[in-house]
Unconditional design. Sequence first.
Length: 248
Amino acid sequence: MVSIVVPVYNAARYIENTIRMVGEQTYKDWELILVDDASRDGSAEIIEEIIRKQGKRIRLIRKNTNVGAAEARNAGIDASSGRYIAFLDADDVWKPDKLEKQIAFMEKTGAAFAFHSYEFGDENANPTGKIVHAPATLKYKQALSRTVIFTTTVMFDTEKIDMEIIHMPQVPSEDTATWWRILKSGYVAYGLDENLAIYRRPAKSLSSNKLEAIGRIWFLYRNIANLSIPQSLFYFGGWAIRATLRRL
């Protein structure tokens, strides 16, 4: 079984489609764990109504205070019962055969940690044609200069990886920090070069996004990877080039 963990924060606009999308997966052995992070827009009430209609395969965990995406995902991980754990953000989109193809890929490769290619979408999740291709494998030092692992594409096999190591820290870009920690411990991430997801990009200042991304990646280099300033500058150069090309 796959446990699908979804942090939910003010996602009323998307959440019905997200749940429907999971239900339309060609792979049917799943549970959906939605962690409402003290939403103020009625997201939890929408989920509760859907659960009343659709039954026990969908579970809701409600947080009384806003704890952030990392702690919300961790709560979902702790509540999971599947062999596989997959992450999905409430505003992103999976292709209908995402779970089926990724599980088959993990069984074929023996991967404990897998991700796949994805496509950028506009604020309505309409595909833009810009696809980020997953490399066949990704090791720690390679990952430092390329943030190619998108959270909505990640899946873990908990029979092959320690559950504790996939919990996310409370830091900026907690997902990237988690991937680095896992890879640094000796795991290899296996990439399926098939576009199985759409990354919704809301209308927002691109310059603001870039400045935030630069600050986050620098924080990770200095405080998570514990790199020196020269090392950080070296990897930052590679990251900046790839990040720019990925968004052109």
